[in-house]
Design a protein around this ligand. Structure first.
Ligand code: SER
Length: 316
């Protein structure tokens, strides 16, 4: 029987991943944990929830022991833009929490550790179009550096100790339940709230700043599918490129205007532009497709339609 601990469960991904995991494995078998941020009542009542300081190894260990955990989804992380405002905190939280989880997995022989990586592992020297899985990893953000560190550490733990850590390099994730916290791709979520409320949006990236993106249902499908993959078929473990579609702010605005013709956007690029400029425009995800059958369901149009439908119903 799988017993899953989700660390960082109240963030953008965790808020939607926890219900999916509970549907699949049973609500009592998925322990959601968060730090500081209080979950809403519905989330809290949907199954076990505990507060957890992810950088406190003993606290994580106790949680694993108390609930008989065999699998951890480790989602707690300080994203790219927030990390540039406080690189010391990003270094500490992102590296320490992951190291603790890996050590606990090694000591307690846990079955599996799922840890998202990101397009932030790439940097200005990486080829920007159709970026291959194996390429230059010289990121210029603390978040990116911690993600490269995490990927390498996870691969090391797999080969050295048999710890089965797996992860995908997520592009920007678009969703409509919990907001993303402090990323460079956050504009692609914020814009929908403005559009649906009938307000103009000021974008912090330039109109032609193309980045790889993905809709949340595909992001959830990817991590759960990789968790189930046969380890014998995996040549990669912690560092799968993953793609769905790419767009620029101007292209996203045009797609929104097809649904909401009155929508208006203006552009005031800030410090996040330099981060976006250091990341790929599009991603080659053939390793994920070949090794565990990855295929996204949503394209740009399908995502925009669904986002507007869901948010219009909620923001009424
Ligand atoms: N969405 C993330 C960010 O912008 C990338 O992983 O930081």
């Amino acid at each position: 029987m799988k017993k899953i601990l989700v660390i960082g469960a109240t963030g953008q991904i965790g808020t939607e991943l926890v219900p999916e995991l509970r549907k699949k494995y049973g609500k009592e078998n998925v322990v959601a944990t968060g730090h500081k941020k209080k979950p809403d009542e519905e989330f809290k009542n949907s199954g076990p929830f505990e507060f957890l300081e992810a950088t406190d190894k003993r606290a994580v260990e106790k949680m694993v022991e108390a609930h008989g955990i065999d699998t951890i989804y480790h989602l707690a992380s300080i994203l790219s833009a927030a990390g540039e405002k406080n690189p010391q905190a990003a270094y500490f939280v992102n590296n320490t929490a992951l190291y603790n989880v890996l050590e606990i997995a090694r000591e307690k022989k846990l079955e599996r550790i799922m840890v998202p990586s990101s397009i932030a592992v790439f940097g200005p020297e990486t080829p920007r179009n159709n970026t291959p899985n194996e390429t230059v990893l010289k990121p210029t953000t603390m978040y990116g550096i911690s993600k490269v560190h995490g990927e390498l550490l996870g691969n090391y733990y797999f080969h050295k100790f048999g710890v089965d850590m797996r992860g995908v390099r997520y592009p920007g994730i678009i969703s409509n339940v919990a907001p993303p916290g402090g990323g460079t791709t956050d504009y692609a979520v914020d814009i929908f709230y403005y559009a649906v409320r009938g307000e103009p949006y000021t974008c912090f990236l330039k109109p032609d700043s193309t980045l790889p993106m993905m809709y949340m249902p595909d992001a959830l499908k990817a991590i759960m599918q990789l968790a189930d993959a046969d380890v014998k078929k995996l040549k990669h473990h912690t560092d799968f490129n993953l793609a769905a579609f790419s767009f620029s702010p101007a292209e996203l605005a045009a797609a929104i205007q097809e649904e909401l013709p009155g929508f208006k956007i203006e552009y005031k690029p800030d410090f996040r532009q330099a981060i976006a400029d250091s990341w790929p425009r599009s991603i080659d995800d053939s390793c994920a497709r070949e090794e565990w059958g990855w295929k996204p369901d949503y394209d740009l149009k399908g995502m925009v339609k669904d986002m507007i439908e869901k948010l219009s119903a909620r923001l009424k």
